[in-house]
Design a protein around this ligand. Structure first.
Ligand SMILES: Nc1ncnc2c1ncn2[C@@H]1O[C@H](COP(=O)(O)OP(=O)(O)OP(=O)(O)O)[C@@H](O)[C@H]1O
Ligand SMILES: [Mg+2]
Length: 370
């Protein structure tokens, strides 16, 4: 049984434009769904509709096999964790966690057992008697999660819960939420505009833009075979390179010519993933290549891949590796190389190009064609 089904859901405010334009998403029990996309694409609106905080203009939302369209939030068996933790400032951590159970008049023994269980999962044991003001941001976030956990809902809903935290704490909490998911097997819907959070935490990702799901799938599937230019550019950091190339055919293979600035041109043989590219021969398409697929000899350690000499425009050391910008067919192209191998700007250096995962996109529609 699906834990959550979103079927052709639309949202319109007062005869304005459609904010959500027919969303279809289905996840199984225990899955971690990420809603990701740029600001204003409708992520929070969709989450709030699942929670019952926003009405549904048309379509259906099912939690388990219950259609919840008109159910009040409290009757939906969900718990929500917001960006602002919304803890009760005058209550202790213990009380913040147990309060929801107390107003539901749960037996005292059950409440105590629940607080102990939640404190154990989130390592809050030593903080139970403190007030929110005596906690760090990350600890407050954990208490907010603890309050949701205490309810033991069918689905946890998170709306950008980490965006108020500093970079280091974000990474820690990211792991913590992921671990919590693994330990509990909870079903989670998690909103973020951060594609790294999306890639690392989720096991299903819906990439949204302008109220439309551009692609719904597993993280690696979305990274390796993005449906269109938008998804390809949005997921991955730095983003995929898009090099305009003219497709040609030579001895049964698909090829394209790539001209690095100030160096001899190279002819690349492309993987033939689609048999139906005949119509594209002689036309300009965008060749999608990720930065890690254009690297140096030391990193590539493979002898069978084509080499390309190109002049370095700019280098950006990240520590673990260095991002090198070059120009291919007059287009800025980012390559990821070993820090010890990057040439200085203005100098040529050899690159090894792995085209086995390269993709082709239609320039006009943005659709992936191979
Ligand atoms: N009450 C409202 N009336 C009219 N339009 C609204 C209302 N609430 C939200 N919107 C619009 O709906 C769109 C989606 O908003 P939403 O908050 O869902 O975006 P989001 O993806 O969560 O963005 P962010 O990443 O900035 O939080 C936006 O264009 C927003 O302006
Ligand atoms: Mg939002």
């Amino acid at each position: 049984m699906s834990a959550l089904s979103i079927r052709n859901v639309r949202k319109t405010y007062h005869h304005g434009p459609d904010i959500l334009k027919g969303i279809d998403i289905e996840i199984d029990d225990g899955q971690f769904l990420i809603l990701v996309g740029p600001s204003g694409c409708g992520k929070s609106t969709l989450l709030n509709m699942i929670a019952g905080l926003e009405s549904i203009s048309s379509g259906d939302i099912l939690i388990g096999d219950t259609r919840v369209n008109t159910l009040a939030p409290k009757d939906r068996d969900i718990a929500m964790v917001f960006q602002s933790y919304a803890l009760y400032p005058s209550m202790s951590v213990r009380k913040n966690i147990s309060f929801g159970l107390e107003i539901r008049k749960r037996p005292k023994a059950e409440i105590e057992a629940t607080v102990a269980r939640v404190a154990d999962i989130l390592q809050l044991g030593s903080l139970l008697d403190r007030k929110p003001a005596q906690l760090s941001g990350g600890q407050r976030q954990r208490v907010a999660m603890g309050r949701a956990l205490a309810r033991n809902p069918a689905i946890f809903l998170f709306d950008e819960p980490l965006s108020n935290l500093d970079a280091k704490l974000r990474v820690e909490m990211r792991l913590e939420i992921k671990q919590m998911h693994q330990r509990l097997g909870a079903t989670i819907v998690y909103v973020t505009h951060d594609q790294i959070e999306a890639m690392t935490m989720g096991d299903r990702i819906a990439v949204m833009r302008d109220g439309v799901v551009q692609q719904f799938g597993a993280p690696q599937e979305i990274y390796d075979t993005p449906a269109n230019l938008f998804v390809a550019a949005f997921m991955g950091s730095p983003g995929m390179n898009f090099i305009p190339v003219e497709l040609a055919e030579a001895s049964g293979g698909l090829t394209c010519r790539v001209q690095p600035k100030g160096q001899p041109a190279a002819v690349w043989t492309l993987p033939r993933r689609s048999s139906d590219l005949g119509a594209w021969l002689g036309r300009t398409v965008l060749l999608g290549v990720r930065p890690e697929q254009i690297t140096d000899r030391r990193t590539a350690h493979r002898a069978d891949l084509p080499e390309l000499i190109a002049e370095v425009d700019l280098t950006e050391p990240t520590g673990a590796d260095t991002l090198v910008s070059i120009q291919l067919n007059d287009t800025k192209t980012c390559c990821r190389v070993h820090p010890g191998e990057a040439a200085v700007p203005g100098q040529p250096m050899p690159f090894i190009v792995d085209l086995s995962k390269s993709l082709l996109f239609d320039r006009d529609s943005g659709r992936r064609i191979a």
